[in-house]
Write a protein that binds this ligand. Structure first.
Ligand code: ZN
Ligand code: ZN
Ligand code: ZN
Ligand code: ZN
Length: 355
């Protein structure tokens, strides 16, 4: 058995400006903090394969390859379709994973880290126009002020109704928005997930080995009572007990609950080259073929997984409630290659808790 330390991630409230691209954040919700600021994918590349709606930014993980100059900065982005009807058991058509990387010396960011100064002059709009609402690439603009940009007519109308019509004539306010296109607007709040910083730290191994299984089920139940969303709270307690009662049949689920009980609020597990912590043994993941990188043909390896607990922090409205997953396991090109587009598509497996 491996005793290797893995990293786990938690969400924490953070001011929007501290999650700006120049700080290379790992984050959840809000607008994507793009890494390469010029070669941002077109909105058409970010459409849901099921319903064709634009995808919504879910989270990003800043994960450089320390020993590679080309990956001095490296971020993995996750997008999801907001329509819960696109969410299907163990299928990933409503997701998109993108990888982007930059050398330390690049045209966008300084060689040395930025100081935490809110008023730093960092004009992102000189590289690409981004949607005032969702932060995706924006091919169209407000025809009146010509300074606020949109990915789609839908978002333009929403923004007009929820605030832009009141400031369109106010040159100063329009300039503020156009020079800082990373701010989440009122209209943006209605379609984006709640914004959080994603803090990643070593998993504390202290308690490993002396966990009382009853106690850990209790902790997990408590966690599920407190939080209203997420895969595991969609299952009633009696169902869960029944499920737990099937142990040791589903040893994988038992291992899963035991491992996460140490840190019930974890939303991410990062273990590059490792093995995902699956939520159930009822799907035969060993049979799933992980395709090689479509750009360089290298093997892909497991990099990190998003946990169902993240659903508890997205703060989504009623229409989101049935967006769901057990674990999202992200696989990326082992070579983290530079071939292909600047934002490269990677692979994910969604495993749901099914009997
Ligand atoms: Zn969809
Ligand atoms: Zn938009
Ligand atoms: Zn306008
Ligand atoms: Zn590759």
């Amino acid at each position: 058995m491996s005793t290797k330390c893995i990293d786990i991630g938690f969400v924490e409230e953070k001011s929007n400006w501290l999650l700006h691209p120049r700080f290379f954040p790992s984050k959840v919700g809000g607008k994507p903090a793009w890494l390469d600021l010029k070669n941002i994918p077109n909105p058409t590349e970010l459409f849901c394969k099921k319903c064709n709606d634009p995808l919504t930014f879910l989270c990003q993980v800043y994960a450089p390859y320390e020993d590679s100059n080309n990956c001095f900065h490296r971020t993995i982005f996750l997008f999801i379709c907001r329509n819960s009807s696109c969410c299907q058991t163990n299928l990933t058509d409503n997701f998109l994973v993108l990888r982007c990387q930059l050398p330390r010396k690049n045209e966008y960011y300084s060689f040395e880290p930025y100081e935490e100064n809110e008023n730093e002059n960092f004009p992102m709009d000189k590289w690409a126009k981004l949607c005032n609402l969702c932060g995706l690439k924006a091919p169209s603009h407000c025809s009146k002020c010509k300074k606020i940009f949109y990915c789609s007519r839908k978002h333009q109308i929403m923004d007009w109704q929820k605030g832009h019509k009141d400031i369109c004539n106010d040159t100063q306010k329009v300039n503020e928005y156009s020079s800082n296109c990373f701010v989440v607007t009122e209209a943006g709040k209605s379609i984006l997930f709640k914004e959080w910083e994603l803090l990643v730290d070593e998993e504390d191994e202290e308690e490993a080995g002396n966990i009382d299984p009853n106690q850990e089920m209790e902790k997990l139940n408590k966690m599920m009572e407190e939080k209203k969303a997420g895969t595991m709270s969609n299952i009633s307690e009696s169902e869960l007990e029944q499920y737990a009662g099937t142990l040791p049949e589903d040893k994988v689920f038992s291992k899963f609950t035991k491992r996460i009980a140490r840190h019930p609020d974890q939303v991410l597990r990062y273990d590059r080259g490792g093995i995902p912590l699956w939520i159930t043994g009822n799907t035969e993941n060993s049979l799933i073929n992980i395709p090689n990188c479509q750009y360089c043909n290298s093997e892909r390896q497991f990099e990190f997984q998003i946990m169902p607990q993240l659903l508890n922090f997205l703060n989504v409205g009623i229409e989101f409630n049935s967006i769901d997953w057990g674990v999202l396991a992200i696989y990326t090109c082992k070579a983290s290659c530079d071939a292909g587009p600047v934002y490269k598509e990677e692979f994910l497996i969604k495993q749901d808790l099914t009997k």
